[in-house]
Design a protein. Structure first.
Length: 135
């Protein structure tokens, strides 16, 4: 299930802000408010409650990617925590673009290799080839 904000429906993915409402959740009726958040094994989960005032459905828990995890009446209780950990053991949800760089270290490697390449060519001659030729 994907989370959509009323103002950001075109993008399909949003950062869920605590105490902000107006979210629409695929497969759920009405609009939802982010009421609580917790981190489990380094991953952020949010609890959302319905903004419906008459006969509201149980709260739902979503992963930070917008994936539906479970319904809950008691918030982040032991049962909900078990389901969140089981969710993390399953296939990983698709990461946001910027999250991919933190997980695989691409940004650091690109920065380091760019510096080394520029250092080798500091006087517009390839220093690594020059060192091999002189020896």
């Amino acid at each position: 299930m994907t989370v959509f904000s009323a103002s950001e429906q075109m993008y399909g993915r949003v950062y869920l802000i605590l105490d902000e409402g107006g979210y629409q959740v695929a497969g759920q009726k009405g609009t939802w408010l982010v009421s609580d958040e917790v981190e489990v094994d380094g991953q952020r989960f949010v609890q959302m409650r319905s903004e419906q005032t008459k006969n509201p459905p149980p709260s739902i828990i979503l992963h930070e990617s917008g994936a539906f995890v479970t319904q809950t009446v008691l918030g982040f209780d032991g049962e909900a925590t078990r389901k969140m950990r089981a969710f993390l053991q399953g296939p990983k949800p698709e990461l946001l673009h910027h999250q991919k760089f933190f997980e695989n270290g691409t940004a650091e490697r690109a920065k380091e290799s760019g510096t080394e390449q520029n250092y080798n060519m500091i006087d517009w001659r390839d220093q690594s080839r020059l060192a091999n030729w002189e020896s």
